[in-house]
Design a protein. Structure first.
Length: 233
């Protein structure tokens, strides 16, 4: 994955002002951004996904321009071919596991039918060991099962990159270790590039091919970077 990121965004809330200025160039398959709450991690991830429009700068993924303020380019999220997994998983409570996974493949805003079967969806149900839970609703699932459903939904459309927002923060310590191992194996098997944001150094230890620290809206490198990676603050 070739990610070229240079964005600036200023947010005002009452008398408070937060300034985000993130510059990053990397060829790594696994990029981990570590930082405390309020450092700008989620803002950065949402900008890559197209859920937040920066004030200035550019975002390029594998040579394609996703955003360029000077050129007036701001591709909508659905045109970026990246998958965003929210911290709370954002599953549709009125849809079953199978319907949640099938949702990205459904044209328009119609929900997939409860009896609809799709080979791609069935593949991901099996890959994430969710077949026995396919007709259950999110409220009937454990934390780990909800996470696997969210990951399957993210991957069903074969994205060019996977964006993960604190993917293990809602899990208890034992399940967190299990899900780290599962995601580690899955990413290595599928070779889906990913950008993961976290406040937990253990996530960086497991997934960090290129690890950076985000503090007060600014990036700085930590640990060992991929030999092809470059960065600046």
């Amino acid at each position: 994955m070739q990610l070229d990121l240079d964005i600036r965004k200023t947010l005002n809330a009452g008398r408070r002002t937060f300034s985000l200025h993130v510059r990053l160039r990397s060829n790594s398959q696994r990029i981990v951004i570590v930082g405390p709450s309020g450092s700008g991690k989620s803002l950065t991830l949402k900008a890559i996904a197209g859920l937040l429009r920066p004030d200035a700068g550019h975002i390029r993924l594998n040579g394609q321009v996703l955003f360029d303020a000077a050129a007036g380019i701001h591709l909508p999220p659905q045109a970026r071919e990246v998958a965003y997994v929210f911290q709370d998983y954002a599953l549709f409570p009125h849809l079953t596991v199978r319907q949640n996974i099938a949702f990205p493949l459904t044209p328009g805003w119609f929900n997939p039918g409860s009896r609809h079967r799709d080979e791609t969806v069935e593949y991901w149900l099996a890959a994430f060991r969710l077949r026995a839970l396919a007709d259950q609703f999110p409220c009937e699932l454990s934390g780990g099962q909800r996470q696997r459903t969210a990951l399957a939904r993210a991957l069903v459309s074969r994205p060019r990159a996977l964006l993960l927002d604190e993917p293990f923060s809602a899990l208890d310590p034992m399940l967190r270790a299990t899900m780290r191992n599962e995601l580690d194996e899955l990413q290595l098997r599928l070779q889906v590039p990913m950008v993961l944001i976290t406040h937990d150094p253990e996530d960086a230890a497991v997934f960090g091919e290129h690890v950076l620290n985000l503090q007060d809206g600014r990036l700085e490198p930590i640990g060992t970077a991929h030999p092809m990676a470059e960065w600046a603050t």
